[in-house]
Design a protein around this ligand. Structure first.
Ligand code: HEM
Length: 515
């Protein structure tokens, strides 16, 4: 009898403490978001729109694009999807975005970033609140240090030439198509590894035999799969499955490799300090500085610990690798779709480099790349490497007359914002000139209408680095090659992983340009 009473009491407690408040909040949010829930008829009580989330990620992406377009036509700028009892709001218009993206109280990342934490712990991408603020303040100067950034030009050039050599082999088989992504991704991995840590990873030369390279590529696939599969979210289930065990094995490879790199650099760093403290100028060390040296200096000043540095190094490897690879791959693909524009890029490169296809690219060259600059921007508008970012609302706020409640996940749908026809007329038309004339800049919302690197204080810290890297790699490739694509964008079956990914690999013909 007593046991029965305890059980009844327990059940009542759970109902009163958890189920009832959740249900009341659900009803409240249902009411608050009814005007922006565009799929009310397909929303099943307690299931929401979950059943619409097709296991094929590109079908979900198509749904997102359709809803975003519908929402822009209705001039709402925001729509809601229900994941069971939880709503996720998607902002797909630049108008009003500044109230959220630039608000210092709204910088907290949403729940899904938690799946990056086993790898990145709480580095810049995944940390929040004071930890993020302090870190960002400490790390920003290194990414704004022009001398340091320009010092990376030799890395960008060296790796671009290796990439061009590999493409050269493909061009010898110009009768068939190639998936260039693995080569491009190995190149950007080599670049970030050397710039961040001073390590010569040799992913381009020896990638198949390098456990770290393989692990970096594979863990990305696993994280994306987990994000798309709610049944893999609870760690107690995930860790017991083969995919979870593989994840743990990869983490060990990644963490022990980056730990070793930092330890080795620390030894050289300390030795260098000793020499530099020495009065003898002849002995002073001249080896090139990398981001890791800046972090080690902070460690010496007791502002960062070894573990802090470890998570930031892993973060740079993650954030600086796939993003730039996607941008470069999409650029080559889009040039293959638009031969007239590609030919203008070739002309600009020939003019700047005076037909010299083998000399390294300099900062002065980059300053002259006005047309390439517009094409890069138009590529990132049409195919933004990071298609969305998410935060959790920390306070109630109003977005264009729509109340957004504290605790709601708010996704900024960058892809949708870049395809808003009120800002970019004929958004599917590839037109780099949009970024040349003033029409786009004159638009009152232009500041937040083109945000491939996000915006506000939590924007991409690596934006300048990525900009230089892309220009060196692309100017090297487009001095030497012609690309031809055979697939339309629709045929790529785009899907929203952490980065925008073609579900069907991009296949391109590649030819050497005649002299
Ligand atoms: C074309 C290349 C790149 C694109 C499109 C890109 C885009 C972005 C975007 C959209 C964000 C915001 C993410 C969010 O709010 O969740 C971001 C953040 C970040 N990016 Fe990039 N990124 C690129 C290259 C790089 C590179 C090369 C590095 C490092 C060297 C880097 C390091 C970071 C870091 C550390 C953050 C987190 C910043 C913070 O929260 O304070 N990114 N990036």
């Amino acid at each position: 009898m007593i046991l029965l009473l305890i059980i009844i009491f327990g059940i009542l407690l759970i109902i009163v403490k958890y189920i009832l408040p959740t249900f009341i909040r659900y009803l409240q949010l249902k009411k608050d978001y009814q005007n922006i829930s565009f799929l009310p008829f397909s929303s099943i009580p307690f299931v929401g729109n979950l059943h619409l989330i097709d296991h094929r990620p590109y079908i979900f992406f198509q749904l997102m694009c359709r809803l975003s377009h519908e929402c822009q036509i209705k001039e709402k700028g925001i729509f809601c999807l229900w994941y069971s009892l939880s709503p996720v709001l998607y902002i797909c218009s630049a108008n009003g975005l500044e109230t959220f993206i630039n608000n210092s109280k709204q910088l907290i990342k949403s729940f899904d970033y938690i799946f990056l934490q086993p790898w990145l712990k709480t580095g810049l991408v995944t940390s929040n609140n004071d930890k993020w603020r302090t870190r960002r303040r400490l790390i920003t100067p290194s990414f704004h240090n022009t001398e340091l950034l320009h010092g990376y030009m030799h890395i960008f050039n060296e790796q671009s030439f290796i990439l061009a050599d590999r493409f050269n082999k493909y061009s010898e088989q110009s009768y068939k198509t190639h998936d260039l992504y693995p080569c491009i991704s190995a190149c950007t991995l080599d670049i970030i590894a050397e710039a961040a840590t001073g390590t010569h990873l040799k992913a381009q030369l020896d990638g198949e035999h390098n456990d770290f390279v393989q692990a970096t590529v594979r863990i990305g696939d696993i994280i994306n799969k987990r994000l798309r599969s709610p049944w893999l979210w609870p760690s107690c289930i995930f860790n017991r499955l083969p995919i979870g065990r593989e994840h743990t094995k990869l983490l060990n490879i990644l963490h022990s490799f980056s730990r070793k790199i930092i330890e080795e650099r620390l030894v050289t760093f300390n030795a260098k300090q000793m020499i530099n403290n020495d009065d003898d100028d002849d002995k002073k060390c001249t080896h090139r500085l990398v981001f890791l040296d800046c972090l080690l200096t902070q460690m010496q000043e007791k502002k960062l610990s070894f573990d802090d540095i470890h998570e930031e190094v892993d973060t740079f490897m993650f954030a600086g690798h796939d993003t730039t690879a996607a941008a470069i791959n999409f650029f080559c693909y889009l040039m293959g779709c638009y031969p007239d524009i590609q030919s203008k890029v070739h002309t600009e490169m020939d003019m700047i480099f005076e037909n010299d296809r083998n000399r390294p690219c300099t900062i002065e060259d980059i300053e002259q790349m006005t047309y390439l600059d517009c094409v890069i921007k138009e590529c990132m508008r049409i195919l933004p490497p990071v298609p969305f970012i998410s935060r959790e609302a920390q306070t109630d706020f109003i977005y264009r007359n729509q109340i957004v409640r504290k605790g709601t996940t708010v996704s900024i749908f960058i892809y949708g914002i870049h395809h808003d026809e009120s800002v970019f007329p004929n958004p599917k038309t590839f037109d780099p000139e949009r970024f040349l004339d003033n029409s786009f800049n004159q638009n009152q919302h232009s500041h937040y209408a083109f945000i491939p690197f996000s915006a506000g204080s939590r924007n991409c810290i690596g934006q300048r680095f990525a900009g230089l890297e892309e220009r060196v790699v692309l100017s090297t490739l487009f001095r030497q090659f012609i690309f031809r694509s055979t697939q339309t964008i629709d045929q790529l079956h785009l899907s929203m992983d952490v980065i925008l990914r073609p579900h069907v690999p991009i296949q391109m013909f590649i030819e050497r340009r005649s002299l």
